[in-house]
Design a binder for this molecule. Structure first.
Ligand code: SF4
Length: 249
């Protein structure tokens, strides 16, 4: 199975790249995340990874614009801001108390990395930041530090489960899926970051969690779910909110 999947990951990336000339929705945000960034842009991307948790980009944009209006455009400025005021500014992104504390923890960590020789933290260091899990840590590595690591999110699991007709992608450990991707995709932060962006984009527009739009999907002829879900009822379970058992996280 590994060989088949290895081939498929590469061709999936190529097909998605051909289908989506623009990575909609939020094309501009993805373009910022994929390009070489200034210090302020790295700040914007890093706080975006925290603010976007459990909300949409529209709300994140309002929260970031509230911060920028008050000239809070660096990790140092976040640390200078009174926590209650920070909470109010990011309130549109939801979970504002929790996220304010995560932003402070993130800012302390990022300020310490910048004074180091290479300036690049380890994955373990990132996971130690409050509010940063495996997916966010890997997103920070790819989009802020140009490190080539695959990102495994809920969309990734559901997309692969449907394409390969393998429900186990919903339960496999994060690192197992990451290893499969590492073995078969180029070690290039841009490709890995773009692959993640394309999967998220495709999942939000076409491969919805409930009733994916298979009839309109250009991947249908390559997708097990798209071709066989009417004949294989177990595939229908690859929908709705994915609940990953605790021990498999
Ligand atoms: S064919 Fe259906 S299940 Fe497969 S990728 Fe497309 S929308 Fe998703």
């Amino acid at each position: 199975m590994r060989e088949v999947i290895a081939l498929e990951f590469i061709s999936l990336f190529q097909m998605l790249s051909t289908i989506y000339v623009r990575i909609e929705p939020h094309h501009e945000t993805w373009m910022l995340w994929l390009k070489e960034k200034s210090t302020q842009e790295i700040f914007e991307v890093a706080i975006g990874t925290i603010l976007v948790q459990n909300t949409n980009w529209k709300n994140v944009d309002i929260a970031i614009s509230n911060l920028f209006k008050e000239n809070i455009n660096s990790f140092e400025e976040i640390l200078r801001t009174e926590v209650g005021h920070l909470e109010e500014l990011i309130r549109p992104a939801g979970f504002y108390k929790q996220k304010a504390r995560s932003l402070i923890s993130l800012s302390k960590a990022f300020s310490s990395y910048s004074s180091r020789k290479d300036g690049v933290p380890s994955r373990k260091e990132l996971i130690n930041i409050k509010g940063v899990g495996k997916e966010t840590a890997d997103s920070l590595l790819v989009y802020c530090f140009n490190s080539p690591v695959p990102i495994v999110g809920t969309y990734t699991r559901r997309f692969f489960a449907r394409i390969f007709g393998e429900i186990k992608f919903l339960q496999l450990k994060y690192e197992v899926i990451q290893e499969l991707m590492t073995e078969s995709l180029p070690s290039d932060y841009f490709i890995l970051g773009k692959f993640h962006a394309l999967i998220v984009s495709h999942s939000q527009q076409v491969c919805n969690k409930v009733k994916p739009l298979c009839e309109n999907c250009q991947l249908k002829s390559h997708c097990t779910y798209g071709q066989f879900h009417k004949k294989r009822p177990e595939l229908i379970n690859i929908q709705n909110t994915i609940v990953i058992p605790k021990k498999a996280k």
